[in-house]
Design a protein around this ligand. Structure first.
Ligand SMILES: Nc1ncnc2c1ncn2[C@@H]1O[C@H](COP(=O)(O)OP(=O)(O)OP(=O)(O)O)[C@@H](O)[C@H]1O
Ligand SMILES: [Mg+2]
Length: 207
């Protein structure tokens, strides 16, 4: 079993890749938990709605950060840790990598302060691997448009915000290459899945 986190811009193909991996793991008889942040428990989902809703008063950057961390603390203790203790594979769509990329990269919040809050909220729970689906802004935008859903509050941010987020992710991966698998998200879902699979085999997490 392993704790894998999938990160990337909206529309980068996280859900698509997670679904494929989940299918393979289930076929091989593994127990899996598919989850996401913000959210993953009843209370954390309520906090998610507060963060992403587009009507009413928008949170200031610090309030936004603390809402993410509150939902994370709940998620870690109620779902992530128990699932890992039960030897389940945990496939998590976004984790504190998103907070670093969006709150530090996008909003410009202080990294040291965010690192501290991430450590508090996670209690030090680290994934075995971060999978970054790296996608150009243009393609991310195109895919979101083609889905035809209303943009949430983060999706409504301007292009330079998303560009900073993308670059921050790439810097995180560069700083700790052994912990991050960077995939070019413009590849087909099949090719992306093959790359992920061979990386998991290399690490001997998959047979
Ligand atoms: N490798 C790919 N190549 C082309 N299109 C893709 C690929 N992966 C996913 N898509 C399409 O792009 C759109 C977004 O994919 P998906 O929902 O998996 O992304 P996501 O990262 O989960 O997005 P969000 O963060 O908004 O949930 C979907 O319409 C999906 O069919
Ligand atoms: Mg998704």
């Amino acid at each position: 079993m392993a704790f894998l986190v999938f990160e990337g811009l909206d529309g980068s193909g996280k859900s698509t890749l997670i679904k494929k991996l989940n299918q393979l793991l289930s076929d091989q008889g593994h127990q899996t938990v598919l989850t996401h942040e913000p959210g993953g428990t009843e209370l954390a989902e309520e906090i998610r709605n507060l963060i992403l809703k587009t009507d009413g008063e928008a949170p200031v950057s610090m309030a936004e950060l603390l809402l993410y961390e509150a939902s994370r603390a709940q998620h870690v203790e109620k779902l992530l840790r128990p699932s890992l203790q039960q030897n389940k594979w945990v496939l998590c769509d976004r984790y504190y990598g998103s907070t670093l990329a969006f709150q530090c990269g996008g909003r410009g919040l202080d990294r040291e302060m965010v690192d501290k809050l991430n450590r508090v909220a996670t209690g030090g729970l680290e994934p075995d691997l971060w999978v970054l689906l790296d996608l150009s802004l243009e393609e991310s935008e195109r895919r979101r448009m083609s889905r035809n859903e209303d943009a949430d509050r983060l999706e409504q941010e301007k292009a330079d915000f998303h560009e900073r987020v993308r670059n921050y992710y790439l810097d995180l991966a560069k700083a700790e290459p052994e912990k991050w698998l960077v995939l070019n998200a413009e590849a087909s879902p099949e090719d992306l899945f093959k790359e992920l699979q061979s990386s998991l085999k290399e690490r001997q997490w998959l047979s």
